[in-house]
Write a new protein. Structure first.
Length: 255
């Protein structure tokens, strides 16, 4: 998978990144324009401090979409509930306000569903999560992501693409789009800006392979209950979490 692309100057606000820059499949040129839905989201998102990956999941075979894009070490820590980042980065959820507003403003809104639980099972791995918006008429999944600022931000974040693919697979959806929202002024930056992404089978295979690596370790060895055991499973990566982690295993009680 492609690594996150992050610029080091202040001009990233003005840059335009396309899916082609990341070798990401996109819809054909004649695909329907869905900008109407993106525009209607702008003033009707609501803040929610609950992070859907800040809980424990002791079932070795179950993974959540928000977890699978991280390195194997951090993915393992998330299953243990050791990586609660909800205080640092709140996420935006689609609630009754946006649902009611879109229903009143858009025609044929019975095609839209919001915050619905989905699951998909494949190769002994079960993905469980909740998508933000699905447009059944155009077969597009929308995932909402919030940002504290646009500084040095050039979308997409690679792990967000993994999360989106989990929802697309669970819904058997051909298309997807990520909508980044500023927490300061609700400014939107959709990715891609025009045509939606196509489902990428190679990316999905990589997601499954990573989950299988974690599951197979757990089936053989059980959950790590010390930092040393976690180190034996996987080396730290260069992310903030792995480089500046402070893990507390005291209340880990896998069954």
């Amino acid at each position: 998978m492609a690594a996150d692309k992050t610029s080091t100057d202040d001009s990233t606000d003005e840059q335009t990144t396309t899916a082609e820059d990341y070798d990401i499949p996109v819809a054909d040129d004649n695909h329907v324009d869905t900008s109407h839905l993106v525009k209607n989201i702008e003033s009707h998102v609501i803040a929610d401090d609950e992070d859907d990956d800040s809980h424990r999941e002791y079932n070795p075979s179950v993974f959540h979409p928000s977890q699978v894009g991280y390195c194997k070490r951090r993915l393992m820590a998330k299953k243990l509930g050791l990586d609660d980042m909800s205080g640092l980065a709140g996420t935006f959820k689609i609630g009754n306000i946006i649902h009611d507003t879109i229903q009143s403003e858009l025609p044929n809104t019975n095609r839209l569903t919001f915050e619905t639980e989905v699951s998909h099972e494949e190769r002994g791995i079960r993905i469980e999560g909740r998508y933000d918006i699905y447009d059944s008429e155009y077969d597009i999944v929308y995932d909402i992501k919030t940002r504290s600022s646009w500084y040095n931000f050039n979308p997409p974040v690679d792990r967000h693409l993994d999360q989106l693919h989990c929802y697309m697979k669970a819904l058997d959806a051909e298309y997807g789009k990520i909508i980044y929202v500023s927490k300061k002024d609700f400014e939107l930056k959709p990715f891609p800006q025009d045509r939606p992404l196509r489902f990428d089978e190679s990316r999905w295979d990589d997601i499954l392979d990573k989950c299988l690596t974690v599951r197979n370790y757990l089936m053989r060895n059980g959950f790590p209950i010390t930092e040393g055991q976690l180190d034996e499973f996987a080396d730290p990566c260069e992310s903030y979490f792995c480089s500046d982690e402070d893990l507390d295993f005291s209340d880990i009680r896998p069954e």
